[in-house]
Design a binder for this molecule. Structure first.
Ligand SMILES: [Zn+2]
Ligand SMILES: [Zn+2]
Length: 391
């Protein structure tokens, strides 16, 4: 029975590749007052809803936004007019009280903000948590999308051990509830906490952030640390050689700051995923992501991402006056690295698979300077997921 279901999922996802594609935009990494974000959940969700996203997950540190939490208004909130703006937008929905120690606002729980702002088949709110652990001074942050029960941070005897324990707990939860939910490794280069060898050893891990919009995450690495795209390829060579499913790359905001825009702050709208799913509902979106039927973006929109057993085709939805480059990258038989297979300047490109190709992905870059970048001079990019070639 399980095999039959799996087969039909594969068939559906293959079919959807040749039929019309429906791209649903989402961000899986966001913070609110439930942890260290600087706004109320509903205000944040409202921003994503108004800015053409179809799904959002608030992934606060070590909480799933349940229980009673009276948040105390801070001086910085007064300066940002945070409560004023919240009351203006949500009126009587807001619950506040004050005493001699200050003003308190009850944060709405996940169930409350979801029922208030979700819009059937238009906008979906997925439950999430950023399970925030560490080993010695190294941060180990793992998001769990569609989490059902809080996962507590883990202690362990290495970075790898902490990660594997978290992933095992997530996969156990998935079995227990029998619904799709997944872990994704956040910002490996944040504090240079997680290295490529740690990630290669993991089992049961499917997603990581190849792009995160927080200014402290070092997506590009530095003189002594590799960039996340190179890391992604090295992990996938190892996963491929060891018969593990390939790691899929996400782009996220990791937004914390909602009142001022600056390269020094983690703002909204910097990185997102585009999921090919006709239905805008949690299970369809997760199933599409797990089958690799999505791409990640820091500003480039794609019209089509099509592949069959012979070729891989990319079509960009271009912005006026911008130059694009589509690069097909692949791992080949007898190869020792992911290499550039074909580079095309323009808004569409096709790559015919070579008999030696083992897996191939596409990277799209441009000369468009981002308006509110996470680092000065950042240009927009997009990444499709690696596909295994069945030679
Ligand atoms: Zn984090
Ligand atoms: Zn975060």
């Amino acid at each position: 029975m399980k095999k039959l279901i799996l087969l039909s999922i594969i068939l559906i996802s293959c079919n959807s590749n040749v039929k019309e594609q429906h791209w649903q935009k989402g961000n899986l990494h966001t913070h609110s007052f439930w942890s260290d974000g600087d706004d109320f959940p509903e205000m944040i969700i409202d921003w994503y809803k108004k800015n053409d996203y179809q799904f959002i997950a608030l992934s606060d540190h070590n909480t799933i936004a349940n229980g009673v939490f009276w948040y105390k208004i801070k001086q910085s909130d007064i300066e940002n007019n945070t409560l004023k703006k919240y009351k203006k937008r949500f009126g009587d929905w807001v619950e506040s009280k004050s005493d001699s120690t200050g003003i308190f606002v009850r944060l709405k729980t996940f169930e409350e903000y979801k029922s208030k702002l979700e819009d059937s088949n238009k906008f979906v709110i997925i439950r999430s948590e950023e399970v925030t652990s560490s080993f010695e001074n190294k941060p180990v942050h793992i998001n769990v999308t569609n989490i059902q029960e809080k996962v507590n941070p883990f202690k362990g005897n290495s970075v790898y051990d902490v990660m594997q324990k978290t992933i095992d707990a997530v996969n156990e939860q998935r079995e227990k509830f029998n619904i799709p939910l997944f872990a994704h490794i956040n910002h490996p280069n944040f504090g240079y906490g997680i290295n490529v060898e740690d990630l290669k050893k993991l089992s049961g891990e499917r997603f990581f952030e190849v792009y995160n919009g927080h200014p402290a995450v070092h997506n590009e690495g530095d003189d002594t640390h590799i960039d996340l795209e190179t890391m992604w390829d090295l992990i996938n060579i190892s996963y491929y050689d060891n018969n593990k499913p390939l790691l899929l790359g996400l782009a996220t905001d990791d937004s914390h700051s909602y009142h001022r825009k600056s390269t020094n702050l983690s703002n909204t709208g910097r990185g997102w995923v585009m999921v090919n799913s006709k239905q805008i509902e949690t299970l369809s979106l997760i199933e599409a992501m797990e089958s690799g039927n999505f791409y990640s973006s820091s500003g480039i929109n794609l019209k089509k991402v099509i592949h069959d057993e012979k070729k891989f085709k990319i079509e960009i939805d271009p912005n006026k006056g911008i130059n694009y480059e589509i690069i097909f990258m692949g791992y080949r038989k007898e190869g020792f690295q992911v290499e550039e297979l074909k580079r095309v300047k323009g808004t569409s490109a096709e790559y015919i698979f070579n008999e030696n190709d083992l897996f191939v992905r596409a990277k799209i870059s441009s000369n468009e300077i981002k308006k509110n970048p996470y680092r000065e001079g950042e240009t927009t990019q997009a990444w499709t997921q690696p596909i295994i070639i069945n030679n």
